[in-house]
Design a protein around this ligand. Sequence first.
Ligand code: SF4
Ligand code: SF4
Ligand code: SF4
Length: 298
Amino acid sequence: MRRDTEIHMRGGVITERESDYCTIRTRVPAGVVTPAQLRGIAGIAEKYGSPYVHLTTRQTVELPRMNPENLAEIAREMAENDTPIGSERDEVVNIISCPGNERCVFANVDSISLAREIDRRLFGREMPVKVRIAISGCPNACTSPMLNEIGVIGRTEPIRIPGLCTGCGTCMQYCKEGAIAIKGGVSVLDPSKCVQCGTCVRSCPFHLLKSTGPHFLIVVGGRRGRHPAIGRELITVRDPNLAALVVEKVVQWVYRRAWSGRLLSEQLDDIQFEKFREEIRSQIPVEEPELPGEDQSR
Ligand code: SF4
Ligand code: SF4
Ligand code: SF4
């Protein structure tokens, strides 16, 4: 059987259990496809004999049961459709994102735009270990950013303006964390319980809860699979370009310093996470003015 070896070696071409066939995984940053792209994918699937398409856990579209002899033509048509062959091996794989502030009422940040920017900078880069990146617009964390090698979470930290609170209790009712109490006729925040979802800021009918604006918490070293682990907090930044830069610096670190065959989270333990965190932080410009509470999360 004739195979296009160069294309077949790509991470997005996966040999199936029945090895005469392969599955083709696409590059779909943030899992967003236009109706026209969907029609294009459907047309390619029908033309080359896929009985169905598979929507994956990493927000990509897979075309199963593809004949390897057709790989060159399929690759060309997928690229023309702007849904090129993706990645799956030890690479930066499809960047996933929730709807973020484009549609979700809970969102603090534009997670889709950040996913596209990270995709533009890093997608498909070959690595010693697979690097999964997930972005969520708020601490509800619908894309499980804490369970990816790199996760980004949009947050908003509340600040109450002293002296103005009426003690109406609306913010307390909206807070799902029990982080707000009414004491002495005013709302009092317990930062140790607050997850910085920003809901209370939006709930105050008198607009007395403020924040310095939404920001991005970047977490590193999470994983799913056989031995799940929660990612650890690396840094907090407000500028989306800095968030993308942090992710890029972490990926560069992994490319240069990590080695294959060992989970990234374990490697971060080996080198001591604090040292890793300081190394990354030293490469990120300091934002002014600093976020309230930033010292705790950076
Ligand atoms: S993570 Fe937050 S912003 Fe994103 S979809 Fe879930 S609730 Fe909405
Ligand atoms: S930001 Fe969220 S968790 Fe924190 S106090 Fe407000 S509602 Fe509660
Ligand atoms: S909703 Fe506003 S006014 Fe009411 S208790 Fe909370 S901060 Fe005070």
